[in-house]
Ligand binder design. Sequence first.
Ligand code: FE2
Ligand code: FE2
Length: 125
Amino acid sequence: MGFENLDEQHRHLFAILNRLVDLHETASADPLPVLEELVAYSGEHFHAENLVMMKARFPGYGEHAQEHDRFVDRLRSFLSSYRQNREGLTRDMLAYVREWLLTHTQVTDMFYADFIRRSGHSSNT
Ligand SMILES: [Fe+2]
Ligand SMILES: [Fe+2]
């Protein structure tokens, strides 16, 4: 994306997701803490990103923040059903999360990144 702090957060999100996929495939340990970490870190990243967009007065802020909220809601519902009955952590769910993160970081985030670059704002939070 071109902003080191936010790019690093994206890499960290994928690193957590990869650990979760590994645990799911190998069943070597309880994936719950990693699922919790993914939900928590997604929230942190989106919060940081929302601040950057807000400070830069990015016109697409509202819509972008809503996409974040909807994704976090889905993650939270995965998490709560997994907590309740150890269900919902499936190959399909993990594929959905990866697909969403890939599209969001490679397409949607680029809109505000381009806007910030063009308008000369900073991405520092
Ligand atoms: Fe992002
Ligand atoms: Fe985003």
